[in-house]
Design a protein. Structure first.
Length: 109
């Protein structure tokens, strides 16, 4: 399965945030790690696409007064999402082997 670069970053952020992966926390982690500030609309579009592709599942948390009674939507990586990240990492490493002086490794692959 092919995913875009932004979708890959979103999957990585969801995986890194484990049980605290919801819109705002994902957006903040992406900003912290990439130095870019994705729009919440672009993020939600990517989350929706990744859920449709079977890479993520979502669940709703409890409603809170601080959110005006609205619930947070939490995201979790699926086995398929993890496999997509492994495939993507392998592909990147395979390409990097052909770049002289670039010694990237990951023993888990």
């Amino acid at each position: 399965m092919k995913i875009g670069a932004f979708e890959e970053l979103v999957l990585l952020a969801v995986g890194a945030l484990t049980d605290n992966a919801y819109g705002v926390s994902i957006k903040e982690l992406l900003r912290e790690k990439t130095g870019k500030n994705p729009s919440i609309g672009a993020l939600h579009s990517a989350l929706y696409r990744l859920e449709e592709k079977g890479c993520l599942i979502s669940s709703e948390g409890g409603a809170t007064a601080e959110r005006g009674g609205r619930r947070k939507k939490y995201y979790t990586l699926t086995t398929r999402g993890r496999n997509v990240l492994i495939e993507t990492s392998k592909l990147r490493l395979e390409f990097s082997k052909n770049i002289q002086g670039l010694n990237l490794r990951w023993d888990g692959l």
